[in-house]
Design a protein around this ligand. Structure first.
Ligand SMILES: [Cu+2]
Length: 136
């Protein structure tokens, strides 16, 4: 009886601690904080023929790394494209800002110094695209 009671108390204590931890984790750093300036690198991972996160917002000067976790290669190619009704690209117009081969299991990086909206795609797979929004 006593043992059961203690165990319940212990479990309750644990879940409160876990809740406190997760509340702390979700509060994060305010976006306007100057501390965010140290965040000058971030990663996009390719998995199952998609870029994740598909859309990323970073500050100018941030180095974005694409990491290929697929068993095949991709490219990171900025430019414009049109999509067919099936969601696959029907035309592509690379703009030459970024055009990097991403080999399986490897990483490529690019530092975005100029603010702007950078739409990119994989020139091999017609359904793969992503976006990097670079803020001043
Ligand atoms: Cu690809």
């Amino acid at each position: 009886m006593n043992t059961t009671h203690r165990r319940l108390v212990a479990l309750a204590g644990t879940s409160i601690a876990a809740a406190a931890l997760s509340a702390c984790g979700s509060s994060g750093t305010p976006a306007s904080s100057p501390a965010a300036a140290h965040d000058k690198a971030t990663t996009v991972v390719t998995k199952l023929l998609s870029f994740g996160p598909k859309k990323l917002t970073v500050k100018a000067g941030t180095t974005v790394t694409w990491s290929d976790s697929d068993s095949i290669g991709h490219t990171v190619t900025t430019g414009t494209f049109s999509l067919g009704s099936n969601g696959l690209r029907t035309s592509e117009h690379p703009d030459g800002v970024v055009d990097l081969p991403l080999r399986k299991g490897k990483d490529v990086s690019f530092t975005f110094d100029k603010p702007g909206r950078y739409v990119y795609y994989c020139s091999i797979h017609k359904g793969m695209s992503g976006e990097i929004d670079v803020t001043p």
